[in-house]
Every structure is written in structure tokens, then in C-alpha cells.
Design a protein around this ligand. Structure first.
Ligand SMILES: Cc1cc2nc3c(=O)[nH]c(=O)nc-3n(C[C@H](O)[C@H](O)[C@H](O)COP(=O)(O)OP(=O)(O)OC[C@H]3O[C@@H](n4cnc5c(N)ncnc54)[C@H](O)[C@@H]3O)c2cc1C
Length: 382
């Protein structure tokens, strides 16, 4: 019996040509950016950088041309993603819209939504945020309480969203909410709205993370009137839609490359003081990366072929987060970091950032326990 499918994605010559272009672009863009800044990578927000990505056609790469896309393959898109992450490019501004909001609108959105929003996303001009989690609804997403009451011409929205990444910089939120029924209905009666975050009645308050950075937010809706044209797909179909959005959210190489800049910095330092011990530890990590990449490209290939790789994505995300979170310990075990040492200063700064960011790697996008529950269900164990 086959439980998981990780196809061998074929080599693609045009993707390798593209890799050279992306590397040249990044070498120029990131020339003077130190590793501890690049370490933020897909949490790093730079609207101008996203615009330059859009100009090169590297956002919405697989989407139809009629919506501003470029009709390239998912493996070409994969090359752009992995090069961005390996180099630590500040891709956060467009990341969510490129990864999941755009594909969701392509699949379920109205023609008007597609035409008005997708070309701007692809141009790197319009940013989106994810409105799923709430104070009492994280892992248990079906417990969502934010309510969009149908009223004349649209919906009246009340409720609070939490941990909304870059909600304060985004133009639109993809809001998961209840439009009918109550908690007893659970999966029924939920919908998704494309909410313009400038509407009156929306308050966005930043929340500081462990490092003091303010990238996520609490977003409060108080009697916000949202026009009926904002409904994505069908009213009451929210659960089906939001779970397919989560498959996009969990499927990319960002789920195992969050500590990669630290890894590269470690190698830079070790090259000056090689040892058998370090070679073995680095070799072990590289073998993990090679396997994760192979699996992850298989997920990209499944997406390319119109399949739903939710189960395979959960496997890659869970295994990937283990490697991402192990990295700071590996660095500490291999390098003596002396205060004031010029040789290890940048490694120490990068380590400092990753130590504080790492706990979130197995929370954001679905916790470890939830992913393992999905995997167990896929194996027929639950
Ligand atoms: C950096 C970061 C960015 C984020 N960005 C966004 C965003 O942009 N938009 C958004 O909507 N959300 C976002 N989130 C929220 C994230 O999706 C939630 O934190 C996550 O889903 C967990 O929900 P929770 O925090 O409510 O924890 P809970 O669901 O309360 O879980 C607490 C603990 O209990 C465990 N647990 C819960 N249920 C079960 C179960 N059934 N079986 C076993 N264990 C269980 C969990 O694994 C976890 O360890 C972000 C989170 C982080 C850390």
C-alpha cells in the first residue's frame, strides 16, 4: 500500500539557466547585507526588493499571463524560491501572496477579484496577510469565532485575528470567518473574505516576538462593513478552501531552509579551522538538506501536476523544522565563540538571531503535534 508519494522531479535545463540569472541578481542585491540581517530571509520585509522581483517576473511565476503571471513551471518557481532562501533575501512582503493568496484566488476567487488583485501581486505591488488564527483558535481552526454577518450588500464583521504576519504592511487579508451557524456546526458555515485592510473599523496592533521584532499583529474587526464582492468562492465553503490554502502554506522549501544562512556562515568559519569532527557534523547536515530538497521538489512536482500534496508537505515541514531547529546547537558544539573575536563576530550575531527565531519554526504554519497527527491519519493510524 502506498501512503506517501514523493516523485522524482525531472531535471529542467531552463530552470538551471534561470538559477544563474537569480544568483547574479542576488549577488548584486545582497552585496553589502551582513549574514545576521540576511538570516531573517523570508521574514525580512522590503517592499522595494519585492517590486524588483516583480519586474523580473519572479512573482506569480506559474499563473496565467492574463492575470499578470508568467506561465512558467513550478520547478522554475522552486529554483527562484530556494535561491532566495539560501541567500537570505528579504522576500516577506510578497511571500504570502505569491505562495497562497494568489493560488487561492486563482482557484476560488471571482473573475473581478482575479483581475483586480493578481496582476498587482505579480508586480510586487500588493501584499496579503493570512487571517486564520484567533485568540482561542490556532491548531483548532474550526473553532473560529470571527463572525461576518450577512447584511444588505455585504457582511458586517466582528472579531479578532492573532499572529497576523505583516498585517500592518499588507493591503489585503484573506479572512477565514464564520458566516452562518455556530461552533456546534464546526466546519459548516465558514467562509473566506478578501478584506481591504483600509476599511473603517479595523485596528492593527503589533506584537513583539522573542527578539523584540514586530512582524506579527493582533487585528481587531469592529462592525466592519465588507462588500459582498469580497466573498471568495462560495459562502459556507470556507473550510474546504482554507485547508487547500494550508497545503500551499506548508509545501515550500522555506520549511527547511530557515536556518540556512547560519549554516553557510558556519561553513565560512569552519573553512579556516577544519577538523574531522566538524566535517562529520556538516556532512550529516548536508545529507539532511539533500534529502529534504529531493522530497520538497517532489512536492513541487505534485503541485505542478494538479495534485494535493497536503500529506507529503506535512512530512517535509516536520522533518525540515527539526533540522532548522537543530542548527544553533550544531553551531555551538563546533565553534568556540569568543567575545570580541573578529573571526566569529558575524557567526555569533547570526546565531543570536536564529536562537530567538527558532522556537517559532515548529509553530508557524501548523505545530509539530498537528503535523504528526496529519501524518498519522495519512498512515491510517487515526
Ligand atoms: C512566527 C509566527 C507567524 C504566524 N503567522 C500567522 C499568520 O500570518 N496568520 C495566522 O493566521 N496565524 C499565524 N501564526 C499562528 C500559528 O498558525 C499558530 O500559532 C499555530 O497554528 C498554533 O496555534 P496556537 O498558537 O493557538 O496554539 P495552540 O493551538 O493553542 O497549541 C498550543 C500547543 O498545544 C498543542 N496542541 C494543540 N492541539 C493539539 C492536539 N489536538 N493534539 C496534540 N497537541 C495539540 C500544539 O501543538 C501546541 O504545542 C503564526 C505563528 C507564528 C509563531
Amino acid at each position: 500500500m502506498t501512503y506517501f508519494t514523493f516523485p522524482n522531479a525531472p531535471p529542467l535545463p531552463e530552470a538551471e539557466k534561470l538559477r544563474g540569472e537569480v544568483r547574479a541578481f542576488l549577488a548584486e542585491e545582497l552585496r553589502n547585507v551582513p549574514a545576521h540581517v540576511r538570516a531573517a530571509s523570508w521574514s525580512g520585509f522590503d517592499a522595494q526588493f519585492s517590486r524588483r522581483m516583480g519586474e523580473r517576473g519572479w512573482i506569480g511565476m506559474t499563473w496565467p499571463k492574463q492575470y499578470g503571471g508568467h506561465e512558467r513551471s513550478s520547478l522554475e518557481r522552486y529554483v527562484v524560491l530556494e535561491e532566495m532562501l539560501a541567500a537570505g533575501a528579504p522576500v516577506a512582503a510578497h511571500w504570502i501572496a505569491d505562495r497562497q493568496s494568489g493560488p487561492l484566488l486563482l482557484r476560488f476567487g471571482t473573475e473581478e477579484q482575479r483581475q483586480s488583485v493578481l496582476p498587482k501581486i505579480a508586480a510586487g505591488e500588493l501584499f496579503c496577510c493570512i487571517g486564520m488564527s484567533e485568540p482561542d483558535s490556532g491548531s483548532d481552526l474550526a473553532a473560529v469565532r470571527t463572525r461576518a454577518e450577512p447584511v444588505d450588500g455585504g457582511f458586517r464583521v466582528n472579531g479578532t485575528k492573532l499572529w497576523t504576519t505583516y498585517g500592518h504592511r499588507a493591503h489585503y487579508m484573506l479572512l477565514f470567518c464564520r458566516t452562518s451557524g455556530g461552533p456546534a456546526d464546526r466546519h459548516k458555515g465558514t467562509s473566506q473574505l478578501l478584506v481591504d485592510l483600509t476599511l473603517p473599523g479595523i485596528t492593527i496592533r503589533p506584537i513583539a516576538d522573542l527578539s523584540g521584532a514586530k512582524h506579527f499583529n493582533e487585528v481587531v474587526f469592529e462592525n466592519v462593513f465588507v462588500p459582498g464582492s469580497a466573498l471568495i468562492g462560495e459562502e459556507g465553503n470556507g473550510w474546504h478552501q482554507v485547508t487547500s490554502e494550508l497545503a500551499y502554506e506548508r509545501s515550500g522549501p522555506e520549511r527547511f531552509l530557515s536556518s540556512f544562512v547560519l549554516f553557510a556562515e558556519l561553513i565560512r568559519v569552519l573553512q579556516r579551522n577544519p577538523s574531522d569532527h566538524a566535517t562529520i557534523a556538516v556532512g550529516r547536515l548536508i545529507s539532511h538538506f539533500v534529502v529534504l530538497r529531493q522530497l520538497s521538489r517532489g512536492v513541487a512536482w505534485l503541485l505542478q501536476n494538479g495534485e494535493n500534496p497536503a500529506l507529503e508537505a506535512a512530512v517535509v515541514k516536520d522533518l525540515g523544522a527539526l533540522v532548522e531547529q537543530e542548527m544553533p546547537d550544531v553551531v555551538r558544539s563546533l565553534v568556540e565563540i569568543e567575545p570580541g573575536s573578529e573571526q566569529t563576530r558575524e557567526l555569533a550575531r547570526t546565531l543570536y538571531y536564529i536562537v530567538q527565531a527558532a522556537p517559532s519554526f515548529s509553530l508557524r504554519g501548523g505545530t509539530r503535534e498537528i503535523l504528526r497527527g496529519i501524518i498519522a491519519r495519512g498512515l491510517g493510524l487515526r
